[in-house]
Structure formats: structure tokens, C-alpha cells
Design a protein around this ligand. Structure first.
Ligand code: AMP
Ligand code: GLY
Length: 427
């Protein structure tokens, strides 16, 4: 079948690689893609939010499956757009309906959902301009640190962890009175701070059944030893040593099952990936957030680890046979290490020539997944904060990380930085 993949980052490069390797994939198109995805299919210069142009491209190219990478088009209703149009409703769109995508698109929606289904998460309250004064009182009495979250999508910047009441009050005022994130912060969720180790679990669901397809630990801070500013993710490892059968059983029983059951019971349409952002607090998992898509760079380790054919899996989510699919993993450890532009996550420059990708790829057990890159004539140049990530397979995590760093040692662009300590707590 012909498949259209939507997005342009490292996650999409990894998806393009995995999809193109499926015997079920005839032609792959990527909108808009990047120089990495172009190695596995045809990039189409269409923005992820231009649904009309995506529809035309889907019909012109006889697309039978659409895989949506990022959250924005999902929250804006791309699933419903294709499902409600007689010309496109035969296409298997992998992604939740706009209603179900609120699990990511609205923090308040997801907290209510978790409360209704007794899914473990941090205690919270929500405030708008109407009860602004009560919000201030609530903050004044709250234990520290306290977490403030803009309700809507805020490009990963809508969460503040405040260590003093003053800082929390200031952020609260910024969000509600000064509309720091526009409509996204018209409502603010204030929640308890969870301590522990953050991990991610991924499932594929058809809205009734589900399969867990992997898990990972993401390293979010820019600096070594988990210091400095938050980023989109500086590297990942999978599998995670402490996410053993006992822990995963708790995740499945307490979180995954009640979530999928809740989606089904409430009649939401959800055929796609569910990303459970979890805190392992003393061996017990709590939900920090839901995302309605795969993670980036989590995808760059979970797909190489997944042995099962992805396209068959996605077809099964469409035709009601998900329950019958066997999920198999490669018996090895995987790590990915992200190379970023100098200055990231602050200001950085683009258009530096990247060299050495081919040399890195020539090493055994290595993938180079491009994230923020573009073509400049024949050269591949930097065009984002997170530029590319090197994934490696090893017999253990340390070997995987070490091989990923060997791969990065072949690659160069001006200002390139990466964390050398991914997986540091698992010697
Ligand atoms: P979110 O956008 O909900 O993923 O939040 C961004 C990051 O803030 C998370 O990845 C966590 O590192 C942190 N965070 C969010 N909520 C909490 C919480 N209740 N307790 C501790 N850390 C949190
Ligand atoms: N790496 C975190 C995310 O994709 O949201």
C-alpha cells in the first residue's frame, strides 16, 4: 500500500525508516519531511496543518494509510477531517479524533479524565480569570515546589515548576492576566510536584484494544548530570533497567488498561499511539501527562528495538485484529544521543553544513536520524535546535551509548553539542 507520513523531525525519520522496511509498504510519501526522510520516500512540500493540500496529495498518490507524527494536526482534527469526507474516509489515519486528542491538548481535560477513571496522577486544581483570586489563595497554601501548567498546547513551554510562592504567583499572573501563552493559558492547572524518575511508555490502540510497543527514558536537560534548561530531549535509552516485568505490570494494570477502558467507555474515537509520560515514584507509576503521538527522541530508540512489522501493526489497529498481533523486541539495548545547535535551547544559528553522516552510518549497529536539517543545494545543513540523533544497538546500555558516541564522533557541524552522559545512572 502507499503510505503518507506527516511531520519533519527525528521521530518522522525513524518512522520513515521503519515503514519503508515493511513488505506492506509500496510507496512512501512524507509531508513535509526532511533530508533524512527523503532517503526512504518522496518528500512533499506541504505543511502539517494544510489539511486540504494533504487530502489532494493523498488522493493523487492513492494513499491508504496516513501516519500523523506531531500533535498539532491531531489536536486540530486531522483524523476527523479525513474520516468525515466521503472521498477520504477509506484511508486508515493513525491518530486520535480531535476529541480524544484533548488528552494531550488540554491538561484540564486529561486531569478530569484521570480522575473519572481513578488513574494515579498528581493532585490538582484548575483556575481561570473567573476564580483568579481563589487561585492565588490556593498557591499561597500549596506545598513547594508547586507545578503550574498552561491548559493548552504551548510548544513544550507551558509547564512551570516553582520553588517559591512568589515565583508561582508571578507565573500564575503571567499566564492568566498577561496571557503569556494566549488562549492556551486562559486556564491554568496547579498540581502537586511528583518526585522520582520520569519514564515513557508507548501503546498503540484501536480505541478498545491496545498493545504496548515499547518504553524509554528520555534525558530532558541540556547539561550533563541532568542540569540546566529543559529541552525537547537530549537522548534516550531503551529498555530501561528498572522498568522490569513487575514495574511494567503496575503500569499496565493501574494506567494503561484503565486509560484505554476509559476511552472506550466514554465513546471516544482513538486509533493511534498513546504516550504515557510517567513518574516512577518509589516503584509506583503516576501519570504526568498523556501525549497522543509518539515521542521524540523516544521513537528513535523504540522503533529500532521493535522487531514487529509496524505497518502490519497499524493495519491491525484499523481492521480490529490488534489483539492477535504479537509484539516482539530485539534482544539488545538501544540508546540515542541527540546533537544540537550551539546555544540551544536558547537562541542558535542555522545553515551550518553537516559532514560525516555517511561515515557514522557505515559503523555497525548505527542509525543516524535527522531532525532539524534541510538541503542547501547538495549539502545537508542545520535548520533547528535539535539537529540529528545517533541511535546504536549494544549488548547492554553502556555499549549502546558508547557506540552512539562513536557515531557522533564522525559527524561535525559548527557549534555541535551533545550530552556525553546519556544513561549515566545505569553503569
Ligand atoms: P508536561 O508538559 O506535562 O510533560 O511537563 C513538562 C515536564 O515538567 C515533565 O516532563 C516533567 O519533567 C515536569 N513535570 C510536569 N508535571 C510534573 C509534576 N506534577 N511533578 C514533577 N514534575 C512535573
Ligand atoms: N520527548 C518528549 C516528547 O516527545 O514529548
Amino acid at each position: 500500500m502507499n503510505i503518507l507520513l506527516i511531520g519533519a523531525g527525528g521521530r518522522e525519520h525513524a518512522l520513515a525508516w521503519k515503514v519503508a522496511n515493511s513488505h506492506q509498504c509500496d510507496q512512501l510519501f512524507i509531508a513535509p519531511g526532511n533530508p533524512g526522510t527523503a532517503l526512504f520516500g518522496t518528500n512533499l512540500p506541504i505543511k502539517v496543518g494544510d489539511f486540504d493540500a494533504l487530502k489532494t496529495a493523498a488522493l493523487t498518490n492513492n494513499i491508504e494509510m496516513i501516519i500523523v507524527g506531531p500533535e498539532d494536526p491531531l489536536v486540530k482534527g486531522i483524523y476527523d477531517f479525513f474520516a468525515q469526507d466521503a472521498a477520504t474516509q477509506h484511508i486508515n489515519v493513525i491518530g486520535p479524533s480531535a476529541e480524544a486528542a484533548q488528552l494531550e491538548g488540554s491538561k484540564a481535560f486529561s486531569k478530569h479524565f484521570m480522575q473519572r477513571h481513578q488513574i494515579p496522577t498528581a493532585g490538582y486544581a484548575e483556575f481561570t480569570l473567573e476564580n483568579y483570586e481563589q487561585g492565588k489563595e490556593y498557591i499561597a497554601k500549596h506545598t513547594l515546589p508547586v507545578v503550574l501548567k498552561a491548559d493548552g498546547l504551548a510548544a513544550g513551554k507551558g509547564v512551570i515548576i516553582a520553588f517559591t510562592h512568589q515565583e508561582a504567583m508571578d507565573s500564575f499572573e503571567e499566564m492568566i492576566l498577561n496571557k503569556q501563552f494566549g488562549d492556551a493559558s486562559a486556564k491554568v492547572v496547579i498540581e502537586e510536584f511528583l518526585t522520582g524518575i520520569e519514564v515513557s511508555v508507548f501503546a498503540l490502540t484501536d480505541g478498545k484494544n491496545y498493545k504496548i510497543i515499547g518504553h524509554a527514558k528520555d534525558y530532558k536537560r541540556i547539561g550533563e548530570g541532568d542540569t540546566g534548561l529543559n529541552t525537547g530531549g537530549m537522548g534516550c535509552v531503551s529498555p530501561v533497567p528498572f522498568m522490569d516485568d513487575a514495574f511494567m505490570q503496575k503500569v499496565e494494570e493501574r494506567i494503561v488498561k484503565p486509560t484505554i477502558h476509559g476511552i472506550h467507555q466514554e465513546g471516544m474515537t482513538y486509533k493511534g499511539f498513546v504516550f504515557f509520560g510517567l513518574m516512577n515514584q518509589g516503584g509506583d507509576p503516576y501519570v504526568i501527562e498523556y501525549n497522543c503521538r509518539l515521542g521524540d527522541p523516544e521513537t528513535e530508540v523504540i522503533l529500532p528495538r521493535l522487531q514487529t512489522d509496524l505497518v502490519s501493526l497499524l493495519a491491525a489497529a484499523d481492521n480490529g485484529t490488534l489483539e492477535d498481533v504479537n509484539i516482539e523486541y530485539h534482544n539488545a539495548s538501544f540508546a540515542t544521543v541527540m546533537a544540537v545547535s550551539g546555544g540551544y535551547p536558547g537562541a542558535y544559528k542555522n545553515n551550518f553544513i553537516i559532514t560525516g553522516i555517511e561515515q557514522a552510518k557505515a559503523l555497525p549497529d548505527i542509525h543516524v536520524f535527522q531532525a532539524g536539517t534541510s538541503f542547501h543545494e547538495d549539502a545537508v545543513v542545520t535548520s533547528g535546535g535539535r539537529v540529528l540523533t545517533v541511535t546504536a544497538k549494544g549488548t547492554n546500555l553502556q555499549e549502546a551509548v558508547s557506540k552512539a558516541k562513536d557515531g557522533l564522533s564522525k559527524i561535525h557541524f559548527e557549534g555541535m553539542y551533545f550530552r556525553k552522559d546519556i544513561g549515566f545512572e545505569f553503569p
